[in-house]
Ligand binder design. Sequence first.
Ligand SMILES: Cc1cc2nc3c(=O)[nH]c(=O)nc-3n(C[C@H](O)[C@H](O)[C@H](O)COP(=O)(O)OP(=O)(O)OC[C@H]3O[C@@H](n4cnc5c(N)ncnc54)[C@H](O)[C@@H]3O)c2cc1C
Ligand code: FES
Length: 277
Amino acid sequence: MSNIYMPDLMDVVAVKRHTADVQSVKIQFKDPEKQKNFSFRVGQFGMFSLFGEGESTFNICSSSNWKDYIEFCFRKSGKVTDALWRIDEGDTIGFRGPYGNSYPMEAWEGKNLIFIGGGIAMPPIRCAIWYALENRAKYGNITVVYGARTTRDLVFADELDKWAEYDRVRIIKCVDPGGDTPEWKGEVGLIPNVLAAANVAADNTAALVIGPPIMIKFTLPVLDKMGVAAPDIYTSLENRMKCGVGKCGRCNCGPVYVCKEGPIFTMEQLNALPADF
Ligand SMILES: Cc1cc2nc3c(=O)[nH]c(=O)nc-3n(C[C@H](O)[C@H](O)[C@H](O)COP(=O)(O)OP(=O)(O)OC[C@H]3O[C@@H](n4cnc5c(N)ncnc54)[C@H](O)[C@@H]3O)c2cc1C
Ligand code: FES
C-alpha cells in the first residue's frame, strides 16, 4: 500500500524574488510521466517539503491550464520558509497534493467576478484570475482589487499590467497611505475604502476575498452595500495543517476539517461555523 505521507520528488526549475520576503518557485515532477498526468483545480493546495527542514502548506498559485510545471509562492516567516528561501534552480524539494476543495469556476460561469486581495494573498487569487482570463468568454466583467502596504510589497506586480490588457478587465491597485512613491500610478488607501469608491457594478457577481482578517472584516460590509451577498463571497482559510488529508485533526473546527472540506468557504458557510473559527 502506498504511503500517503510520501512526497513526490520535484525539480526546482525557476525561483523568483518578488519582495524582500516573498518568493515564487516553479517545480516539475522528476518523473516526466507524473508531470504529464498531474492535474489539479485552481484553489487547491499542496504540502511542500525541504528535506531535513520540514513541510509547509501553500496554495498552488499557477493556473491548472499550465501543464509544464506547478508554482507556489510564499512569505519567509519561519523554519521551513526560511529554508525554502535559500533554494535555487536545480535543487530538489518534496510535494504532496493536490489537496482540498477548489474555487467553483464552473458555477461562476456567466457571472461578473471581483477578486480582492491584500499583500501575500495574491498567490491564491492569481491562479483563479489566470484561469478566468484563459477562459475569458465564460465570465462577465472581471475586477481585481489588489492592495499592499507599500509599492515594495506588491507580489506578481508585473502580471497586473498583463491582466489589464484583457477585454472587460479592470485592475485597481492600491497601497496604504505613506506606502506610495512619486512614480506610483495606482490608488492610495486601504482596500475597503478603495473598493467603496471604485463604483464597481456588482449585479450577478461572485467575489473572492483573501487577506488579513482585518481587511476581510472591513471589506465585507462594502460588498454587502454593493449588493454581493454572503453566499456569493468566497475566501480561502489558512488554518495550520499537518497531514493535509483529514487524518491528524490539526486543522479542524468542530466537525469541519479545513484540509478536506476547505480551504475555500463562502461567507455564509463561515458564518454558520463555531465562533472560535
Ligand atoms: C491551505 C493553506 C494555504 C496556504 N497558502 C500559502 C501560500 O500560498 N503562501 C504562503 O506564504 N503561506 C501560505 N500558507 C501559510 C503557510 O502554510 C505558513 O506560513 C507556513 O507553513 C509557515 O511555515 P514555517 O515553517 O516557515 O513557519 P513556522 O516556523 O511554522 O511558523 C512561523 C510563524 O508563523 C505562524 N504560522 C505558521 N503557519 C501558520 C498558518 N497556517 N496560519 C497562521 N500562522 C501560521 C507560526 O505560529 C509562527 O508564529 C497557507 C496555509 C494553508 C493552511
Ligand atoms: S491537516 Fe490533518 S486533519 Fe486537516
